[in-house]
Design a protein around this ligand. Structure first.
Ligand code: ADP
Ligand code: MG
Length: 392
């Protein structure tokens, strides 16, 4: 099983420019998480900070008990080996063929024999669908293949955590769908913790167990995918719909006057050129038939059900609906429970969650809220927010 990553109060600036502040989230072990964010919000900077390539100003990023922000160089060197990173451009050596590119970390960081290296390289290249392309140079292959090669190279040291920087960038929608499937398949096979940063909405809707968004130099939210996908937060909605109307502007957030003018346009029926409105939670991608079941999905179910009462009603509803009738019974939940409770007990404008249900005998409730971040300027707050990783 992959390692847990606990990020706490992470803040990064370059000179006087704050990129993001106070980012707190936990990547649950072996689950797939996606961090969405408009271009330039610091997604790549976030990944680089997690592996100690950039030094944040404040905060922690703890992996296996080691804080990569404050540890010694030698500790950092060791901890970095737990990570496999797919950089945005694939970061392949142009003069080396794919085989040598993929073999590079093994030759650099291990004392394995060339026979052993060959076995691993061919295995990983096969895993990403590149069997037979070993002799090709990066310049001779398509962008999609370069991403796959970068992914194979990220896999050779058997990482516990895989970070992918925009695995979809520069790919057409079909190739993006293939890479999405590949990431889910890899997770099923190696059970590593995966974090993908992207601005691709389709990928964000279909791939992850957990979803977050960076915006206005803050983590808008991070938690089970259903929370963000059912959110009525304007910035989240605008982003998910790829719309021009909303708080996110061409290069910065918009002012009140611009927002009012847009609202007028929208009210008068003006279309802003976005794709048709997508709403709600779509089914999550499953591993290709024949591959093992994702263990992360199983663990996530228990984890999410243990924090269910702390989530907004719409997210609760969506999670309950996704359960089989057997699971609904096992967890003691039923459809429309969350929204009915919210409507019955709550004055308009407030949306607290139903009262927590005590764990039933035989259930493994862990009471861990670390995966849920609050939404700035939102009426909704998690009722019992606690520090990440601080098991209840
Ligand atoms: N090494 C650096 N020095 C100074 N500024 C940087 C550096 N790296 C990134 N930035 C700035 O940080 C911001 C976020 O960049 P980045 O993480 O690449 O955004 P994203 O990946 O979300 O598109 C940008 O304004 C960029 O100019
Ligand atoms: Mg980037």
């Amino acid at each position: 099983m992959g390692a847990e990553v606990v990020v706490e109060g992470l803040t990064k600036s370059f000179g006087r420019q704050t990129i993001w502040r106070d980012v707190t989230l936990t990547l649950p072990p072996g689950e797939v998480s996606v961090m969405l964010g408009p271009s330039g919000t610091g997604k790549s900077v976030f990944l680089k900070s997690m592996i100690g390539l950039l030094k944040p100003d404040r905060g922690k990023c703890v992996v296996n008990g080691v804080d990569v922000v404050s540890c010694s160089e030698s500790r950092l060197y060791e901890t970095r080996k737990l990570f496999g990173v797919l950089f945005q451009d694939g970061a392949l050596f142009g003069s080396m063929n794919l085989y040598d590119n993929v073999a590079f970390p093994l030759r650099e960081h291990t004392r394995k024999s060339e026979t052993e290296i060959k076995r691993i390289v061919l295995e990983k290249m096969d895993m990403v669908g590149l069997a037979g392309a070993e002799k090709k140079l990066p310049g001779e292959i398509s962008g999609g293949m370069r991403k796959r090669a970068g992914l194979a190279r990220a896999l050779v040291l058997d990482p516990e955590i895989i970070l992918c920087d925009e695995p979809d960038s520069g790919l057409d929608p079909v190739r993006t769908a293939y890479i999405s499937q590949l990431l889910i398949d890899l997770n099923a096979q190696v059970d590593a913790t995966i974090l993908i940063v992207t601005h691709n909405i389709n990928l964000a809707r279909t791939v992850p167990d957990n979803l977050g968004m960076l915006y206005r130099r803050e983590l808008v939210m991070f938690g089970p995918r259903e929370v963000l996908l059912t959110s009525d937060e304007p910035a989240v909605q605008q982003f998910l719909n790829g719309s021009r109307f909303g708080p996110i502007g061409m290069s910065e957030e918009k002012d009140v006057a611009t927002l009012a003018a847009e609202q007028e346009l929208a009210d008068s029926g003006h279309h802003d050129g976005s794709a048709e409105e997508l709403t709600g939670v779509v089914p999550q991608l499953q591993p290709t038939p024949g591959l093992p079941e994702r263990m992360g999905v199983r663990r996530r179910k228990d984890r999410v059900m243990s924090i269910l009462h702390s989530l907004p009603p719409a997210a609760q509803e969506s999670i309950i609906e996704s359960l089989t009738p057997e699971d609904q019974q096992r967890y003691g939940v039923r459809p429309h429970m969350a929204t009915a409770t919210a409507a019955a007990t709550v004055p308009a404008g407030h949306r607290p969650s139903p009262a927590p249900r005590p764990p039933q005998a035989g259930e493994r409730f862990q009471g861990d809220l670390s995966g849920v971040a609050e939404i700035p300027q939102s009426p909704w707050r998690p009722p019992h927010q606690q520090g990440p990783g601080g098991g209840a």
